[in-house]
Design a protein. Structure first.
Length: 464
């Protein structure tokens, strides 16, 4: 039951879940002090103290500066600004939480009773945070900029917003101080684009921000030495998976690289799709940078896959006004057309054993995933669902297939759309959603698996 005791701008204060130590809250000299206990805000149920306000608005921003005035305590203690569907311990929610050890992360439960997921920020030790609701999209901010990642939760029009503290120890109580707390319940127009380069653990579905960029970037590849290669503004860049500074890759005269690029199996070369001289052609260059060598003579040609033996490239191309899947020797020469169906075949990528090529095609009337033998025979349909499925990539161990799914009514693969990352288990055919995000074009156009098949890299977007 909620306790109706107005504190500052908030309407009530209550313990959520079963905690041994009762919580409390106060408002003095413009600062909120919230004391809470609880085992955790995680899994399928939460325990914490909540200072809340019930708000009827699909557009809101709650911001605060958060400090733990007392040193010590559990490294996983949390103080957060939060949006919550109800006061039930298993409620759907999203928060931006400052942890005792300095970690700052977006935590969310998409539906009542589901498990909690997380997007870890690349920043540590930050104190100024905010959570934004834009319809069903939740965006976290740190120091006024996107913290990385977002969540999509189908809240109703009315939600609980407020301040939360969890001690991570049910027998103890922790106090956090929230200052400069502001709640805005109207949309602030925004047109500044931010791109978030992320990784996701496919087992836990926890996400981690590598870096947030204030420009458009796309299509990460994962290298064998734990770096990511991505493109932006016609150039290629390299950044450590752990985060840090980006470094440009010298692509010589190829200064209009699009988002179709990837590494050779031995990690020594990068294939690029370049539009410097007109419609896209495929070129390759050393992984450390250097003069590119052109492979395809006809255009447009867009690279998508490299055979496991390193000898052949797979690509999509338009020839005689018809799109199809093609292969060509990496040293150049004659290209071989593998598909001839009307419409669009796109996104070819090899299976790890080199025996098949996966691709997406709209030959059924809606974009779906297919596979063929490397000589073009043995066509099989892989997905048969209501979504529009793009860019299939098989994990290096051959167990998983990831693809990006749009609403079935969406034509093409445009940017600025709500999409999901889908993971298909190739051993039993089951499919599950591992991430909901705002993205589409640029999110996962190219192979982006970690070498050990446990993580994926992708890009999400936001406008603020």
């Amino acid at each position: 039951m909620s306790e109706q005791n107005t504190v500052g701008i908030f309407d009530g204060s209550t313990d959520i879940g079963a905690s041994t130590a009762s919580g409390d809250s106060s408002f003095v000299d413009g600062r909120y002090r919230v004391t809470g206990s609880g085992t955790n805000m995680w899994f399928t149920s939460d325990e914490f103290h909540f200072l809340w306000k019930r708000v009827s608005s699909t557009d809101l921003t709650l911001s605060a500066e958060i400090m733990f005035p007392e040193a010590g305590g559990d490294a996983h203690r949390k103080a957060a600004v939060i949006v919550r569907e109800s006061l039930s311990p298993d409620s759907a929610y999203a928060d931006i939480a400052v942890h005792g050890d300095g970690l700052v992360s977006l935590q969310y439960r998409s539906r009542t009773g589901e498990v909690t997921r997380e997007v870890q920020s690349a920043s540590t030790g930050a104190h100024q945070v905010a959570i934004i609701r834009r319809g069903n999209t939740i965006i976290p901010l740190i120091d006024g900029k996107p913290a990385g990642g977002s969540a999509r939760i189908e809240f109703g029009d009315t939600v609980y917003v407020g301040l939360a503290v969890c001690s991570h120890d049910p027998a103890a109580a922790e106090t956090a101080e929230f200052s400069n707390v502001e709640l805005v319940t109207e949309r602030t127009p925004g047109s500044q684009l931010f791109s978030t380069l992320e990784t996701i653990d496919i087992a836990s579905t926890d996400r981690r921000t590598v870096r947030v960029f204030d420009r458009w970037i796309e299509a990460p590849n994962w290298t064998g030495d734990d770096h990511l290669v991505f493109n932006g503004e016609g150039r290629l860049f390299r950044i450590p998976v752990a985060g840090g500074e980006e470094a440009p890759i010298d692509t010589g005269t190829a200064l209009a690289c699009n988002n179709d690029h990837g590494l050779s199996p031995d990690g020594k070369w990068i294939a690029i799709s370049d539009e410097s001289d007109g419609p896209s052609v495929i070129r390759i260059l050393p992984v450390g940078g250097g003069a590119p060598r052109q492979v395809t003579t006809s255009s447009p040609s867009y690279w998508h896959g490299w055979s496991p033996d390193g000898a052949t490239l797979a690509f999509c191309a338009r020839r005689d006004d018809t799109w199809g899947i093609f292969t060509i020797p990496v040293d150049g020469g004659d290209e071989t057309r593998l598909t001839t169906a009307p419409g669009l075949d796109d996104g070819p990528d090899y299976s790890p054993d080199g025996k098949q090529i996966y691709f997406n095609s709209d030959r059924s009337g809606r974009m779906q995933i297919y596979r063929i033998e490397t000589d073009g025979s043995g066509l099989e349909r892989v997905t048969d669902d209501d979504t529009a499925d793009w860019f299939p990539h098989v994990s290096p161990d051959g167990r998983w297939l990831v693809f990006v799914a749009y609403d079935g009514a969406v034509a093409g693969h445009p940017r600025d759309k709500d999409v999901t990352l889908q993971l298909l288990d190739l051993t039993d055919g089951s499919v599950r959603t591992i991430a909901d995000l705002f993205g589409g074009q640029g999110t996962i156009n190219v192979p982006s698996w970690s070498p050990d098949s446990t993580r994926l890299a992708f890009v999400s977007y936001s406008y603020l």
